[in-house]
Design a protein around this ligand. Structure first.
Ligand SMILES: Nc1ncnc2c1ncn2[C@@H]1O[C@H](COP(=O)(O)OP(=O)(O)OP(=O)(O)O)[C@@H](O)[C@H]1O
Ligand SMILES: [Mg+2]
Length: 440
């Protein structure tokens, strides 16, 4: 803290006798003192120095004390310096005017030394306290804003982790459980198909060598429609094998989608992530009574494997594709039947390698798009235009945090109301190796 004895006082007065009296007295008391003869030279000097307090005469040639005060209050560097006006007892100046201009006090000539000193010290103290207070309020505000941001961030992290671990573990668990019985069915189907062919061959041999079987056999053959059965059974087998193959693919997709990430980045194929996410969202892409099928156009480029956290990237893809489907559904609800037929719902997914360091994924829908206002706020934490229970407004905020903070990439969005939206993810090919936090 500046002790009053080190404080710098500026005297602005055109009367040399007054100045001398004040100067000597203040110096004797221990202040550092600076003098200006009029308003203009005071303003000039204040460009170089910053006194702790100004004693300002009202009546001066050139700009008077009031005007000088008004100008000082308009300049950012000088507006906070306390100003005390000096007037002669005989002057009939408007004291209120000075105070309204921002001065803190008045002293009258001839000066009572004790009074002048008391007022100067009082205002120096108030000024110092105000500044300390302002600074600590500013520091507190900054600390609170920082804490709020950290809190929101960790909330995002919690939601993200919860979403991932609850859903992910369930999905991974189910996929794992399905895998064993499906493996059993598909493995045995191969043998069953072989046995079936063997039995059909054997039956053919019987028919060839015993063309006249006994009545009971003939009756049974008719009852079970043997000719049809022989034709249909191999077809059934083929369809069943296809079905099992599909279940296997779905379960692999579920496991790919719900991969739990380690704390080190791993190489992965982004197309696998997109395909497994599309497979999981498949039920929402199909035609339903109130909306036609959503066509997915894939334009995949040649991409190398990239490093990162595939489980989290899948979550980003899921959020972006779900947003596209929501936007298509909403656009659809606002259209008439003819417009619906003229306007097919489409999601286009393009991937390409941008340069030696990065790849890009563009997801474009021809849904309802966003207004400029919505587009500006879309990435905000908890911003949603969807009804309660449908959207939480976290999708894009979480996705941006995963892409930018976790992967050092970019997530951007371009949209036109009524025409559609394109979201672009840029991801670096390589990730810096992370320091492992070891618990000892
Ligand atoms: N493809 C898109 N087309 C049109 N509007 C979109 C699209 N993607 C996002 N938006 C707008 O941005 C808002 C925020 O999206 P975000 O994914 O963060 O939250 P949400 O989808 O509303 O809810 P959540 O994803 O948490 O379930 C949406 O409510 C929507 O208004
Ligand atoms: Mg969303």
């Amino acid at each position: 803290m500046t002790s009053p004895f080190q404080s710098l006082i500026m005297i602005v007065d055109d009367n040399p006798t007054n100045v001398k009296v004040l100067f000597d007295f203040l110096r004797e008391t221990g202040f550092r003192v600076l003098v200006a003869q009029d308003g203009e030279s005071a303003l000039e000097k204040l460009e170089q120095v910053c006194p702790d307090l100004i004693l300002l005469d009202v009546m001066m040639p050139g700009i008077d004390g009031f005007e000088t005060c008004r100008r000082l209050k308009a300049i950012e560097t000088t507006q906070k310096i306390p100003i005390i006006f000096m007037t002669a007892l005989s002057d009939s100046v408007d004291k209120i005017k000075g105070l309204k201009l921002g001065a803190v006090d008045y002293i009258t000539k001839p000066f009572q030394h004790e009074e002048v000193l008391a007022r100067i010290n009082h205002h120096l103290k108030v000024h110092h306290l105000t500044q300390t207070l302002e600074q600590s309020v500013a520091e507190r505000t900054a600390a609170l804003a920082d804490a709020l941001e950290k809190l929101q961030h960790s909330q995002l992290q919690v939601v993200q982790n919860e979403k991932m671990s609850a859903l992910g573990q369930l999905v991974a668990g189910v996929a794992h459980e399905i895998n064993n019985p499906v493996g059993c069915v598909s493995g045995n189907l191969v043998h069953a198909q072989q046995y079936m062919h063997d039995l059909i061959d054997l039956l053919s041999l019987y028919q060839q060598h015993y063309p006249q079987p006994i009545g009971e056999i003939l009756q049974k053959a008719e009852e079970i429609d043997l000719d049809y059965l022989r034709e249909d059974l191999p077809r059934l087998m083929t369809v069943m094998k296809e079905g099992v193959g599909r279940i296997r693919k779905i379960s692999t997709s579920l496991r790919t989608f719900s991969r739990t990430d380690s704390d080190q980045p791993t190489p992965f194929n982004i197309h696998d992530g997109i395909d497994s996410t599309l497979m999981i969202l498949g039920y929402r892409l199909k035609a339903s009574p109130d909306h036609p099928e959503i066509e997915v156009v894939k334009q995949y480029g040649q991409l190398p494997e990239i490093e990162g956290f595939p489980g989290e990237i899948n979550q980003v893809l899921m959020n972006l594709l779900a947003n596209a489907i929501d936007a298509l559904e909403e656009a659809h609800q606002n259209r008439g039947f003819d417009a619906m037929r003229a306007h097919s719902s489409q999601i286009r997914i393009q991937t390409r390698q941008v340069n030696a360091q990065s790849i890009e994924i563009r997801i474009r829908d021809n849904g309802m798009g966003m207004s400029d206002e919505v587009q500006k706020r879309a990435f905000e934490y908890a911003f949603t235009t969807k009804p309660m229970g449908k959207g939480t407004g976290l999708g894009l905020a979480i996705s941006r945090s995963i892409v930018t903070e976790k992967h050092g990439g970019q997530l951007m969005c371009q949209s036109r109301l009524g025409e559609g939206t394109e979201t672009t993810i840029v991801l670096p090919l390589r990730q810096p190796t992370r320091e492992l936090v070891r618990l000892s």
